[in-house]
Write a protein that binds this ligand. Sequence first.
Ligand code: ARG
Length: 464
Amino acid sequence: MAALWSGRFDAEPDRATFEFGASFRFDRRLFEDDVTGSLAWVEALAAAGVLSEAERAALAGALTAIRDRGRQDPAFVDGADEDVHTFVERLVVEMVGEAGKRLHTGRSRNEQVSLDLRLYLRRRIPALRAALVRLAAALADQADRAGGALMPSYTHLRPAQPILVAHFFLAHAAALRRDDERLAAAAREADALPLGSGAVAGTRYAIDVEALAARLGFSTVVLNSLDASSDRDFVLSFLQAAAVTMVHLSRLAEDLIIFCSDEFHFFELSDALSTGSSMMPQKKNPDPLELVRGKAGRVTGHLVALLTTVKGLPSGYDKDLQEDKEGVFDSEDTLAGSLAAMTMVVAQLTLDRARAERAASGLLLATDVADYLVGRGMPFRRAHEVVGGLVRRLVAEGRSFDSLTLDEWRSASELFDEDIAAQITPAASVRGKRTPQSTAPEAVAAARAGLREWIAARRDEPGD
Ligand code: ARG
């Protein structure tokens, strides 16, 4: 165990309590970013006249060697150190001696940890966004494959109105596009250099923070050192973006669990992605979907946990903030794993067109019947009542609209004509929709093209 602050203390730290406070076990994941930050800091210190050219070169050489070693051998990033910042500094001192002890001049771990997390998120969010685009592309493929196939839509999980199967897949892709924007916004929020803030009040060395920001690829510098030392808004934004994305994946999972069930069976889940039962030979379980649904809870939990952690903190860094990192890493891993699993499931889903279309027919055409009457001049509220009466009778007799004779139609309303049978079909129902966000075939074709354009544009976007 090696601490950076032992000078002030008479006693060796208590081992168990030191372990309790140490974060190296998990913040080693920030190793690359910590070295990146220190390399830039060395240049800033040299420019400020704190380091001689020889010292600058020695420190930069040591940091580069440490980074290369860590890249080659992840197990190298290990030890009894309190945290990743201590680890890197200890190695620098071991390698270059006295000059190494100048590295931390004018700098605090409070700003270092903020810097590392900002660099980390900026580096990692693009990979999550790329995974999200891959899922959107799998949904787009399914929408293309579905062509003109029909299925029911639901409200209250009761049959509502017919839709195109493609409309269902595009609905989930629409939510993912918002998630992508939220992740991009979280990356933008992380884009501010905290260095120069010192422990809390700033630094007394002439650090050119603008140049330092540019060197590290930040487009701006934080506004206030006191705020910066405990600002974790960018982390909260990331966790929120991850949690909302997980909620969307969970809802897609839930839809597919229901629609792949024997009772619905609009889709069939690939055997390769299903699991059996140790006891019941007939079972084919949608485990990956259930896991995605289940894992949404832990990411939501990380968001709530950090909100709770920061809500009572006095201004300035507080050690409570060390609790931010594990939630970030676990949210990232959970989201990446869930996106990959969902992409596999969606890509391998097969459509049971006959079952889906059968379910899209019947009494869920009632709104179209009412609209037919409206088209012949009846006020909608009155039409709703007339069709409601008709539905009541059909339900009692176990029948549907397609079994009605023209006389029966006319006994409900004189406005019904011979064309009624042709008008009241699931295909006519979707064709009749007029708005761009509707399930009308031309609207869905345009939406598919729009999604393809978005996917292409996202794939062409530079890294961050
Ligand atoms: N491990 C700490 C964290 O994760 C780094 C900052 C430590 N600062 C301090 N004053 N003890 O927040």
